[in-house]
Design a protein around this ligand. Structure first.
Ligand code: ZN
Length: 163
């Protein structure tokens, strides 16, 4: 496995619409493994392929440690309720915003064995699904934010930042 470079906002790759995966090749499996290692290293809850420069409809989500969702060609098939919470992105370091997301979503996706499955998430998991799927269409949380936190608000919420 290898650590991948996480692309930062401003790089055009984050604004592209990704292509579906038509075949699960060893290269795709390797990408999934590398993305998970990269996600762990960055201490995030989700990572999408365009964030590592690959324009394919692939993302991973791990909100609860050890419970990893590998989502290939994912789509949201049901959404319910509403939540307004703080969201950030590994590609937009040090920035947070309040987004309006469904409280509960069900996604349908393919796993690494090529099997179609469905997963339902609430709260943070629902948010992570929505956030990562947005990346596959070139959408960043900033686009959905009803309010981006100011530096003062970030300090208030998270305390004095180090470094
Ligand atoms: Zn993101």
């Amino acid at each position: 496995m290898a650590l991948l470079n996480i692309v930062k906002e401003g790089d055009g790759v984050l604004r592209k619409v990704c292509r579906p995966v038509t075949e699960i090749t060893p290269r795709i499996l390797r990408l999934l493994d590398d993305m998970l290692e990269t996600l762990h290293h960055a201490d995030g809850v989700g990572l999408a392929a365009p964030q590592v420069g690959v324009l394919r409809r692939i993302c991973i989500v791990e909100v609860e440690e050890g419970v990893v969702y590998e989502l290939i060609n994912p789509e949201i098939i049901a959404r319910e309720g509403e939540q307004k919470e703080i969201e950030g992105c590994l590609s937009i370091p040090e920035k947070w915003g309040i987004t309006d997301r469904p409280e509960k979503v069900t996604v349908r996706a393919m796993n690494r064995r090529g099997e179609i499955y469905e997963a339902t998430g609430e709260g943070l998991l629902a948010r992570a699904f929505c956030h990562e799927l947005d990346h596959l269409d070139g959408i960043l949380f900033r686009d959905r934010a009803v309010h981006m936190l100011t530096d003062e608000e970030v300090e208030e919420r998270f305390g004095k930042r180090q470094g």
